[in-house]
Design a protein. Sequence first.
Length: 358
Amino acid sequence: MHKLQPKVSIITPLFNRQELIKETHQSVISQTYKNWEWIIVDDGSKDNSWKVIKSFAQKDNRIKIIERNRMPKGATTCRNIGLETAKGKYVMFLDSDDLLVDFCLEQRVEYMQTEHDKYSFLVFPISTFNKKSKTAQERYIFNLPRQENDINRFLQKDYPWQTSSSLFLREIIPKWNEKLPIYQDIDLHIHILSLRHNYRFVYTKPDVLLRDDVLEDRISSQSNFSLKVLYAKRDLLQDIWKYIKENNKDSKEVKQDFSIFADNFMINMLQSNNTDIFYRLVYSLWREEFYTTREAFKKIAILPVIDNALHYTPLPLPLRFVRKFLNWQKVDLNYHRLRDNTATIGTVLEKEYIASLK
């Protein structure tokens, strides 16, 4: 490790995790790298979480605790408050139920300094774990690089990394979108990637443990058809097209994958029978120059007809012909199964990955 040890800001949103935050705390204070600050922003917890983190801060002045003091409620607002407070040269995000391996910060800062900060952020491998998989023999790597554009991978739901995977230079991180109750990671990472910062994946030992069995209070477990989720999908699509339009509009591959991504989200809206959100989304994407007038008209005029036909009439061949005639954007012919390329997520055992490093 270099003698110069720049500060790392770790930012954690917290809501009703009075027990799990204790494990996360132990993983942070056990770091071999000592120049860090841990900013915990409480999102109005109803249990004893605030009392627990207050005791942490009283024992270690590197731990800063903040109560969310503005709306909207949610992890993204808490992360933005943490960013506004952060003093470190580098920033990483850590959820309140996940764990740092003891060498995490040392390893990440070492790589950033070895590269002389020519990268705006580095991406590190992390592992998933649960009550049944606590050792490297049983854990899985979250995901690994492929020879494919990472924006495309996010759009295909083959998420190449997770919130805790990266170490960022603080000044390059944009604000998290506080309107989104879900899909915040996709939004932030596509935003950062669209700005074309230099980054790379570091092939090294996994240094964060991502808990995959805590679902009871995560908004992602809500119904895909709730209004809150549908509006979030609409806002996400508008945001992503804005990022692509501003920085990557010339990429036919990115635009094609966004088209598939958008179409599948809109199928989900039609499945919910909420055509109003669907129409508004098509209109907004037309206004933002994603859809041509002809494409927008096709979707508004034809899609509900196809949807109703699939619900009430067994006409697979005529419907396939109609889709082909309309040059439909590669949507899966099984209309009610959304495209979800998650096959590479969580499929490589940690022990196999580590063996491949040798």
